[in-house]
Write a protein that binds this ligand. Sequence first.
Ligand code: WQD
Length: 346
Amino acid sequence: MPQLLITGGAGFIGSHSCLSFLEAGHNLVILDNYSNGSKEALKRVAQLVGLHDSKRLRLIRGDIRNKNDLDKAFTASDQPIEAVIHFAGLKAVSESFLDPLKYWDVNLSGSRSLLEAMLSYECKTIVFSSSATIYGCPQKIPIDETALVQPVNPYGHTKAAVERLLSDLAESQNGWRIASLRYFNPVGAHSSGVIGEDPNGLPNNLFPVVSQVAVGRIEELKVFGCDWSTPDGSAIRDFIHVVDLAEGHLAALEVLLREPPQMLTLNLGTGRGHSVLEVLNAFQKVSKRNIPYLIERRRPGDVACTVADSTMAEQRLGWKTKLNLFDMCKDAWNWQKMNPLGYQEK
Ligand code: WQD
């Protein structure tokens, strides 16, 4: 099976995807600086797979912006790297307003350095972690891939810029196999509760905030805006289970390896929207915990509603989400109650 390089493999989506790739028989080299990921997550992935041969999962601590670190990653295995799954990047919308320079450096310059290294090691197959955030305020719901790319925050602009770089590369040189996967809202955890979402510091995203309120780490949920033009006034998102998302990466890689060079740009979502208050109620039901909340003003950079049209991914990858909001809340809560402090040492 092809040797893969996974950048950012110690993160939330990265670690769940590493599990899927290992279960499918791939051997992995992980390059991660652990800025928003945990070595412990990868140790647990190895336990879940029952890995005894460390040759199948090699960890390189390093940064995608550092050429020496990239060289170490591309030469860590005696097998050549046949494909790169590129998760490494910064992804907090609110933080990107505060420090755009860091977001452009890590997300764009880091991706450029990675692509240069890929060329020098004759590897031209990449699955890129893009985001539905690049659509900004959608004209039409559900959103398909022909929708305007019009980000409304620096994070979204960096993701759109990397997509532009990838499509310029695909057009300029033959042989590139590229899949840019536009995630909607990844949430949940592996059903074992052994791995899950463990953001560094105070979480920005809804699901980790709700689950940390439920477990008592955070006092209450602040609902950012209840004056949106939606049925209950709170914003709507297309939450996708992280295990479904991981399977989408595996399906995309298999199509790239099987078909002639091309660039795929695909939405990965469920096609179903749920509001913030619906998530709150579902989580209370699943956890049997009361989740106190306060209605606050809207958060800069937010939009009322984003829901995916993922029919293109279903057709091109033969992939479809299987898990629903109840599964997402159940698995997120199972992880949180088994790991109240996340991966931190007890
Ligand atoms: C969802 C809704 C908030 C926290 C995220 C990531 C982005 C991308 C897509 C990968 C919004 C509301 C949130 C809270 C709240 N992921 N909310 N109180 O902004 O849609 O985007 O997923 O590429 O990286 O930022 O997700 O979970 O932050 O917010 O009311 O404490 O929940 O206002 O309406 P978002 P989110």
